[in-house]
Design a protein around this ligand. Structure first.
Ligand code: 2NL
Length: 344
């Protein structure tokens, strides 16, 4: 029995020695020290031994058991340590490696332009207002002195949804709504940026959907010189202090008199070149004194109140400022085009 125990110990210790994985150790522990293991077996057979032999074998059995357990624990610790070291080695992070670049988006050029325009007018005391893109015939046309039958209301030029509803063709209805809301009782000083729609065939200078920023100032004693002053201020801040403006007579159904504003060409400063087609001036917006009929329909007494209004196209302004040659670049959204204008 003594030999058997010594044999078992030698056998178990060799296996512990040879173990490679932590799971091997668990198997050895179960095999040798478990309830169904050979040592337990030996102890069970002790009944057959003599009184003298029993304590000797019992003690030996315990020693063998302890020796195996101690070796198992020691080996377990060693394997765990090795495993951790291996893990630390393979999972090392080289903190000096350059990071992977993260692609970041930014505002669309048109968004930036519109926000810049908004900021300039907010600085002159205008509030920014928005309104619906699906408009009623009344606010889009009627309230702006474009009665039924007017050539500018041609079905061919607008996206009608029903007889009475259409996609707005300009942002003026937002202003007509605001004047209506104020009930002719207080001044209006606002700009309205937003999307507008016209039934056009898209080409380098036309888009069936584009952006507009309109402005309106209605108060007592508003004059054409106020319009000129505000627009001059805007042009200089937006395009540069060295730019001049000029107003030319024009026509719009909702203003009388009406004007168009040019800025001096930045390339030739008014002398004439290819950018301004030899004229020295570039047209950037239209405006005028609000037609008395428009004031009246909105509930303002044209004998007491008057006002100026203007409208501009951010696409055209962006094209002039950045030399963009095709309006479709704003809407086809090729990132190679768009990312040129990200400041960040
Ligand atoms: C242009 C010209 C213009 C207006 C817009 C307006 C609005 C009201 C009353 C009177 Cl509520 N006028 N807007 C006036 C003149 C010109 O836009 O070339 N836009 C791109």
């Amino acid at each position: 029995m003594k030999e058997r125990l010594e044999e078992l110990q030698a056998e178990a210790l060799t296996k512990v020695e040879e173990a490679i994985y932590l799971s091997d150790l668990q198997d050895i522990r179960v095999a040798y020290l478990g309830k169904k293991g050979p040592i337990t077996e030996v102890l069970r057979g002790m009944g057959k031994l003599s009184k003298e032999e029993r304590p000797v074998i019992g003690e030996l059995a315990n020693k063998v058991r302890e020796a195996i357990a101690t070796e198992l624990d020691a080996k377990k610790e060693r394997l765990e340590k090795e495993e951790l070291e291996k893990k630390l080695e393979t999972e090392t992070i080289d903190v000096t490696l350059p990071g992977r670049p993260v692609k970041v988006g930014g505002p669309h050029l048109l968004t930036s332009i519109v926000e810049e325009i908004e900021d300039l007018f907010i600085g002159m005391g205008f509030e920014v207002r928005e309104g619906p893109e699906v408009e009623t015939d009344y606010y889009n046309f009627e309230a702006l002195n474009l009665p039924k039958g007017h050539p500018a209301r041609d079905m061919q030029d607008s996206f009608y949804i029903t007889e009475e509803l259409l996609l707005r063709t300009h942002t003026s209805p937002v202003q007509a709504r605001t004047m209506g809301e104020y009930q002719g009782a207080k001044p209006v000083k606002m700009i309205c940026p937003g999307k507008v729609y016209r039934r056009d065939t898209d080409d380098a200078t036309h888009s069936h959907q584009f952006t507009q920023v309109e402005g309106l100032y209605v108060d007592k004693n508003v004059r054409m010189s106020d319009l000129k002053g505000v627009l001059n201020q805007f042009a200089k801040q937006f395009f540069g202090e060295d730019r001049e403006i000029r107003l030319r007579p024009s026509f719009f159904p909702f203003t009388e008199p009406s004007v168009e504003m040019d800025i001096s060409c930045k390339v030739c400063h008014g002398h004439g070149c290819s950018v301004c087609k030899g004229t020295g001036w570039i047209e950037i917006l239209g405006g005028g004194m609000v037609h008395p009929r428009v004031l009246e329909m909105a509930g303002y007494d044209p004998k007491e109140y008057n006002g100026f209004a203007f409208g501009m196209g951010p696409e055209r302004i962006a094209m002039l400022k950045y030399g963009v040659d095709d309006i479709r670049h704003f809407y086809t959204n090729d990132v190679r085009f768009l990312k040129q204008y990200h400041k960040a």
